[in-house]
Structure formats: structure tokens, C-alpha cells
Design a protein around this ligand. Structure first.
Ligand code: ADQ
Length: 458
């Protein structure tokens, strides 16, 4: 069996099994895959993860330039580990407890068992003394288990979502086990410095780690803790936006929408993304009868996500109700107020929508980073466009030239959308040139290089 110099381990593979096309594999949705796919293509290595199916895992394969090793989850794991502990305990709790987290011993035991399975798979496939990079909240116990199995390895962990403040984290009955799990890594990375501090403080108070926020010691082992803000493959997005067919498609979109000003939202359909509040803000603006607003159209594209979790089904219902209510009130024949598409777009189509949009609304209630904000900025090759960005997205730490909003203040958000529609062209260009520079300088390549070299030095 071939052993790899670099193994990336994440809950999901960059590809999932599909019945159709591309030899039975298609791209998985979501930010983690968007970020890591170019890293692995460039550096080489193996990606270990779940292929999204239930049953026996497929064998290791080479597909479309990637080496992947599927890990199997049986229906009971999917129920308890994935839908249960990951999506109904950790996800809501780490996102500010927007929805109440549920604590269930059976889910926890499944989380432990699945983490063990992933750690064993990584231990089998990595070369002596080399690197395993563990990703995200599904696999927080892997660093410690892996260190026990293979003390020769360098182990990095990166959390893609926020790490909550101590008083929220403290609610988890298995909080010390989770901290011990993470403290098995040599480098633990977060999206923002605030997340890193939250982790270090929790580790000192609840897991007997010692040290300062950026460096901890636990059971004689040193752990570096830092922020590594994730980014996108900016060059890829710019290239897409330069394609003649993408530009033609953007023009076609604008014509199709009656050359009105386009206000766009693109998200996974998730309650953290603040889609309902954003729609309500637009509704308030339409009610105000503002002239600029009446010449605009809102488009919300939402990719279905975690549909068997009840909170997601409820969020979808509420979004569809609000869209229906707005359109009932404000649409006219030939002029719909809100277009809502519940689907995954191809990358070219996504780039065309970014190019076509005058205003981009990225207004999550809580978000680790948010790559959509960075993708929109990269696609603005003509220098125009206005980004409205939530203060509570990690991206707000870097993208200071966006119009920042508090997504809980619906009236304030409505005022900012009106302002965004009226930003003079020169100011748009000024703001966008700075935003574009930030994203180009700090792209996903820089992110992975910085993380992996911190790991090398550890
Ligand atoms: P996500 O919560 O999935 O990621 P985000 O960072 O916005 O959120 O990434 C979403 C990705 O999916 C983007 O690349 C976007 O283009 C794509 N996408 C969204 N809607 C789509 C649609 N309708 N069609 C096609 N593609 C669509 C998690 C964290 C984030 C963090 C990332 C990366 O929640 O905070 O930024 O991981 O670390």
C-alpha cells in the first residue's frame, strides 16, 4: 500500500458518489471542499473522508487528479454521528447557540467511534514522520487518537467554524474530552484570533492545559494555537469571470431580469446564514416605496443542505413563506420581486451571477469565514459592485471596505441595502479595489502554505 507524505482528513470527500456522469462521482457542496480541493491538487497527497453514501466504502481511487480514500458510515453512524452529534449538538452550539443544542449520550458514543475509525484510516496511509491535516468539527477527537497510534507524525487541526466563548462551550457534557482530542495536535488553527483565544481559554480552564493564548502545553506536549483565515482560489474565480461565455451569461441574466439592479444572495440553505432576516430587510425596503429599490430585483440562490435535520426543513419552509409573501405583495406581470432558486450552481454559472450582481448580500448571523463574500469580490473584474457583509462573519475581519451590517438589526440592514444601491461608481471602484487586493494577497494557497509551514516548524 502506498503511504503518503500529506494526508488530509475531513468528514466529506471533495467528491460524492452519484448515479450519473463523471464515472459515478460529483463535486460535494460547501466551503471546505472549495478551499481544500486546489490545495491537494497542487501539493499532492491523499484525501480521506466519507463519500456521502451508507454502506461499505469504495476502495481508494484516483479521480480527476485527486487521490481519495473513502471511509464508510453505516445508517446508524449517519443518524447518530452526523445528523445527531455533528449537526444537532456541535453545529448549533458553536454558532452562538442560535438554535438550542441537543445533548445525547448515544450520539456522543457514535462520535467517538467514528473519530476512531477516521484516525485509524489516517494512521494506515501516512508515511513515517509525515503530516496529517485534520479538518473541522466532525473530527475533533482525531488528533489525540492519532497521536496515540502514530507518535511519529506531525498533526495539524483546522476548525472551519467559530469556536464558541467559554460560557457556551462549557455546556457540552463531554467538553473535556473534546479539548483533549484537539490538544493532541501540534498546531490548532482557527478562522479568527477570537476563536483561537476562546479555545486557549477553554483549554486552560477546563482541560488543565497551561501557557498563553498562542502556545499551550498539555501532558508535556506543546501546541501552537493561531488564526489562519481561510480564503479562495482567487485566480480561478478571476479566470472564470474573464471567460467570454461567463460574461455573455451575465449579460443574459441582466437582460432576463429586465436590466434591473440585481441584489444577490448565495448560500447553503442553513439557519446560520441569515437568509430570512435578509429577505425581511428587502421586504421593508419595498414597503417603503423607495424609487431606487423599486428598480431592483432580489435573487436568492440556496443550495439544499442537511435536509433531514428538522431545523433545516423549518428554515426552508420559513424562507419559502417569506418569498411567497413578498412576491404576492410586490410582483407584477413580467417583474418578479424575489427570484428564489433552491439548487447547486456550476462554477461558471455562479461566476456569471456574481458578475451580474450590483449588490451582494452576505449576512450570516454567525459564520466561521464565509467564502461567498471572497468569491464575489474576486469575480468583480470590472471593479464595480458593492458587498454588504455581516459583522459576524469571520470575513468581516479582513474585508473592512464592505458595507458592514448587524444581521439582527433588520431595519438597519434595510437602510444599508438602500445605501448599497446608491453608492457612487467612484466609491464602488475604490472600495472594490482594496477588497480585491486583500483577497488576491491572501488566497487559499497562502492559507495552506502558512498553516503547513507553521506545522513544519512546530
Ligand atoms: P460553508 O458554511 O459551506 O463553509 P461558505 O464559506 O460560504 O460556507 O462556502 C460555501 C461554498 O459553497 C462557496 O464556495 C459557495 O460558492 C458554494 N455555494 C454556496 N451556495 C451555492 C450554490 N447555490 N451553488 C453552488 N455553490 C454554492 C464552512 C464554514 C464557513 C467557512 C468555510 C470554509 O461554515 O464559515 O468559510 O467552511 O472554511
Amino acid at each position: 500500500m502506498r503511504r503518503h507524505e500529506l494526508v488530509i482528513i475531513a468528514n466529506r470527500l471533495p467528491l460524492k458518489r452519484s448515479g450519473r456522469g463523471a464515472g459515478g462521482w460529483e463535486r460535494s457542496p460547501g466551503g471546505l471542499v472549495t478551499a481544500l480541493d486546489p490545495v491537494l491538487r497542487k501539493r499532492g497527497g491523499l484525501w480521506i473522508g466519507w463519500d456521502g453514501s451508507s454502506g461499505r466504502p469504495a476502495r481508494a481511487v484516483e479521480h480527476d487528479g485527486l487521490s481519495i480514500k473513502p471511509v464508510g458510515l453505516v445508517p446508524r453512524d449517519i443518524e447518530n454521528f452526523y445528523h445527531g452529534f455533528c449537526n444537532r449538538t456541535i453545529w448549533p452550539l458553536y454558532h452562538d447557540a442560535i438554535k438550542p443544542a441537543e445533548f445525547n449520550q448515544r450520539w456522543w458514543e457514535s462520535y467517538e467511534a467514528v473519530n476512531e475509525r477516521f484516525a485509524r484510516a489516517a494512521a494506515r496511509h501516512v508515511a513515517k514522520g509525515r503530516t496529517v491535516w485534520v479538518h473541522d468539527f466532525h473530527l475533533q477527537l482525531v488528533p489525540q487518537i492519532l497521536r496515540g497510534l502514530r507518535p511519529d507524525l506531525r498533526i495539524g487541526f483546522f476548525l472551519h467554524i467559530p469556536f464558541p466563548p467559554e460560557e457556551i462551550f462549557a455546556r457540552i457534557p463531554w467538553r473535556t474530552n473534546i479539548l483533549h482530542g484537539l490538544l493532541g495536535a501540534d498546531v490548532v488553527g482557527f478562522q479568527t484570533w477570537k476563536d483561537a483565544q476562546n479555545f486557549s481559554r477553554a483549554s486552560r480552564r477546563m482541560a488543565d492545559a497551561e501557557g498563553v493564548d498562542s502556545q499551550l502545553t498539555f501532558q508535556g506536549h506543546k501546541i501552537r494555537v493561531n488564526s489562519f483565515p481561510i480564503s479562495i482560489d482567487a485566480e480561478e474565480m478571476e479566470k472564470l469571470a474573464q471567460l467570454a461565455e461567463v460574461q455573455n451569461r451575465a449579460r443574459e441574466i441582466r437582460r432576463g431580469l429586465g436590466n434591473r439592479r440585481i441584489i444577490l444572495g448565495v448560500d447553503r440553505l442553513d439557519y446560520t446564514k441569515g437568509i430570512e432576516a435578509r429577505l425581511s430587510a428587502y421586504e421593508q425596503l419595498l414597503e417603503s416605496g423607495d424609487a431606487t429599490v423599486s428598480k431592483s430585483v432580489m435573487v436568492q440562490v440556496a443550495v439544499p443542505s442537511r435536509e433531514s435535520v428538522p431545523e433545516y426543513a423549518q428554515t426552508r419552509q420559513r424562507i419559502e413563506q417569506i418569498v411567497g409573501r413578498i412576491n404576492g405583495e410586490f410582483s407584477h406581470p413580467g417583474s418578479i420581486a424575489v427570484h428564489y432558486f433552491r439548487r447547486n450552481l456550476e462554477r461558471e454559472e455562479l461566476a456569471a451571477w456574481y458578475l451580474a450582481a450590483d449588490v451582494m448580500l452576505v449576512t450570516p448571523l454567525c459564520d466561521g469565514m464565509n467564502l461567498v463574500a471572497k468569491e464575489y469580490v474576486s469575480a468583480q473584474i470590472n471593479g464595480g459592485g458593492v458587498l454588504v457583509l455581516s459583522e459576524f462573519a469571520g470575513a468581516a475581519q479582513e474585508l473592512r471596505q464592505a458595507l458592514l451590517v448587524n444581521p439582527y438589526d433588520v431595519a438597519g440592514m434595510a437602510r444599508t441595502i438602500r445605501r448599497a444601491l446608491n453608492v457612487p461608481r467612484a466609491e464602488q471602484r475604490f472600495r472594490m479595489s482594496i477588497l480585491r487586493m486583500v483577497v488576491r494577497r491572501h488566497d487559499v494557497q497562502e492559507w495552506s502554505d502558512t498553516f503547513l509551514s507553521a506545522l513544519e516548524r512546530s
